[in-house]
Design a protein around this ligand. Structure first.
Ligand SMILES: *Cc1c(COP(=O)(O)O)cnc(C)c1O
Length: 389
């Protein structure tokens, strides 16, 4: 992939594959597995504590390995700064609490990630934040939806239903009302969508998904301006904690090296599924955003959902699959299937699938890195066993 702004320069995938290069010849960064950093003397210690120098003090706030990952993510998302978190929800809560005060208004997109919805309802609402949820179309079509709001919480595409919005248009509406925009970009990754270049203020990821790519770590990251990053660090790192650990950062750097080729492989399989699913009977909806259907979305990742008519027995379908394992999460090398009836039956308080009415006749597929034709054969074999013609 070429760099769209500078066709003569290497693209993102090439940049991510560059060796670390810190002088030792090591092509990967060292893991600074330390909780704290010692000082030479009284003055250098006092200067660091007072913020007069940038020396690391304590890993909850800063660590060189974590910073190497953060710099990589800021470069990929084309933002000034990035902050690593111990999970995607750590990133979501860090942003939510850094920018919410009692009495503030928050607007969020419907069909947001289930635990983001629960965070807003169980913690932010009792904390005094006025929260409302709106379909993707309202964000695009109502220029005053965000009037008087402190924060707009967006996903494009949204979880499970994979609905998209024109982010440049929404960002322009928000700016006229001084409303900060936050997007969860886990689905597209910076390979397929760079929301900061479209005017979105804060871009976050569950790095447990495509950024890691290997289903071996839980992590999150927030990419934004230096000014907003400073506000998030101040409240969310210092007080809430939840910092990304050095070893996990190192795993994420390793994942990022292959993000480009992995996303191309996921996309090839997703394109094959999108095309062939359209010819199958008993499928009433195929949710996978077409690249180019909204400005700035230039790829299709491997997470899609489909709805079946009642002819298909979903339990039989799931149990007949061999390569697709039933499971939560997504974005790894392995293919997964999540029946919405199972997600709707999740214990605890109401989740976003229940709230916004996701049908129980759907499955979400995470297409992994297995051979596309093998995955298609697995899918169609199970589909026929489950009642499909
Ligand atoms: C998984 C996920 C999260 C939460 O991330 P964790 O790393 O599991 O805490 C947030 N947003 C989306 C869209 C996700 O899929």
């Amino acid at each position: 992939m070429m760099n769209p702004k500078h066709p003569d320069r290497p693209g993102l995938a090439t940049l991510l594959a560059q060796p670390f290069g810190e002088g030792s010849g090591s092509i990967t960064p060292p893991i600074y597995q330390t909780s704290l950093f010692g000082f030479e003397d009284f003055d250098s210690f006092a200067d660091a504590m007072a913020g007069r120098n940038t020396q690391d003090i304590y890993t909850r706030v800063g660590n060189p390995t974590t910073r190497a990952f953060e710099e990589m993510m800021a470069g990929a998302e084309q933002t000034d700064a990035a902050i690593g978190f111990a999970s995607g929800m750590g990133a979501v809560s860090a942003v939510a609490f850094a920018f919410s005060r009692p009495g503030d208004k928050l607007v969020a997109v419907e069909h947001l990630y289930p635990d983001a919805y629960r965070l807003f309802e169980r913690l932010l609402r009792p904390f005094g934040v006025d929260i409302s949820y709106h379909p993707v179309s309202a964000f695009e079509d109502d220029p005053d939806l965000m009037a008087g709001c402190r924060l707009a919480y967006l996903e494009s595409p949204t979880s499970i239903m994979l609905q998209t919005m024109d982010l440049a248009k929404v960002a322009a509406h928000a700016k006229r009302h001084d409303c900060l925009t936050v997007i969860d970009n886990s689905w597209a990754t910076p390979m397929f969508q760079r929301p900061a270049t479209l005017g979105i203020d804060v871009v976050l990821h569950s790095a447990s998904k495509y950024i890691s790519g290997h289903s071996d770590t839980v992590a999150g990251v927030v990419c934004t301006s230096e000014d907003l990053a400073g506000q998030i660090r101040d409240i969310s790192l210092s007080l809430l904690g939840c910092k990304l650990a050095p070893f996990e950062a190192w795993l994420l750097i390793r994942g990022m090296r292959t993000l480009g080729p992995r996303m191309q492989a996921h996309q090839a399989t997703a394109n094959l599924f999108a095309e062939r699913l359209a010819d199958l009977p008993h499928i009433t909806a195929i949710n996978t955003p077409d690249p180019g259907s909204v400005p700035g979305l230039d790829g299709r990742s491997g997470l899609l959902s489909i709805a079946f008519d009642p002819q298909i027995d979903i339990r039989t379908f799931v149990d007949a699959l061999g390569l697709f394992k039933p499971g939560v999460s997504w974005g790894g090398f392995e293919s997964l299937v999540l029946p919405t009836s199972v997600a709707l039956g999740q214990k605890g308080e109401q989740n976003s699938l229940q709230r916004f009415g996701v049908p129980g006749t759907m499955v979400r597929l995470s297409l992994g890195l297995e051979h596309s034709e093998d995955l298609w054969t697995d899918f169609t074999t199970a589909f026929h066993q489950a009642g499909g013609r």
